[in-house]
Ligand binder design. Structure first.
Ligand SMILES: C[S@@+](CC[C@H](N)C(=O)[O-])C[C@H]1O[C@@H](n2cnc3c(N)ncnc32)[C@H](O)[C@@H]1O
Length: 212
């Protein structure tokens, strides 16, 4: 994602009631944050947040937490949430490397990864959100019946991810190389910003779902 520094974005994040900027140590507190026992779905690398904000509006009985590394990107989602005030939506500004300091054992019901950064160099493979190192982190916080859903148009990253699911000892429950042509898997699909951009350019969208 091309990054434009937005002056004041950091300050907005620190003061906004829907954003956590120092989330380390929040393990076990999420029921309290939302004031209910509803399932928790998270999106890691949410960008400007269209996907998670749409889902939160559609599903008031699910709590959503969007995670994004950069304030300048997150700002758009926060401005939208300031208008909508969805009670079931929060954001965290953080690098997901430390995700196990934020969500405790069995605290999360679903993890969405959409158009994650590819980190093309081999020596950076462990930074990919679908690497075995990240699946080990997800294993700790995801409920037994929980799942990871991943979409991308990047075939190299997708092929890597399919291998990593197996390498991590997870099951590949669903796998398509052309989501938008797959009537069953595409039902109810909510497009992300990148998904719209790349499918408009004619790129097929790959999707996998993994569980244990
Ligand atoms: C290519 S964009 C995709 C945005 C959005 N998910 C979509 O599909 O439109 C990837 C986003 O993930 C964020 N990101 C990448 N690695 C991250 C990490 N380790 N922790 C948190 N956010 C991350 C980037 O800052 C960027 O905003």
């Amino acid at each position: 994602m091309r990054l434009r520094n937005v002056p004041g974005a950091r300050e907005v994040m620190v003061e906004n009631e829907y954003v956590f900027t120092e989330p380390e140590g929040m393990c076990g507190t999420w029921k309290e944050v939302f004031g209910n026992d509803n399932p928790i779905h998270i999106e890691i690398g949410m960008g400007k947040g269209t996907f998670i904000t749409t889902l939160a509006g559609m599903n008031p009985d699910i709590n959503y937490v969007g995670i994004e590394k950069y304030s300048s990107v997150l700002l758009r989602a926060v401005e939208k949430q300031d208008e909508l005030q969805l009670p079931n939506l929060r954001f965290i500004r953080m690098d997901a490397e430390n995700i196990n300091e934020v969500f405790g054992v069995d605290e999360v019901d679903r993890i969405y990864l959409n158009f994650s950064d590819p980190w093309p160099k081999d020596r950076h493979a462990k930074r990919r959100l679908t690497s075995r190192q990240f699946f080990a982190r997800y294993d700790k916080m995801l409920k037994k019946e929980g799942r990871v859903e991943f979409k991308t148009d990047n075939r190299v990253l997708f092929d890597f991810s399919v291998e990593e699911v197996k390498e991590a000892g997870w099951n590949l429950v669903e796998c398509t190389y052309d989501l938008h042509s797959d009537e069953r898997l595409n039902e109810g699909n909510v497009m992300t910003e990148y998904e719209k951009k790349f499918s408009d350019m004619g790129n097929p969208i790959c999707k996998l779902i993994a569980d244990r």
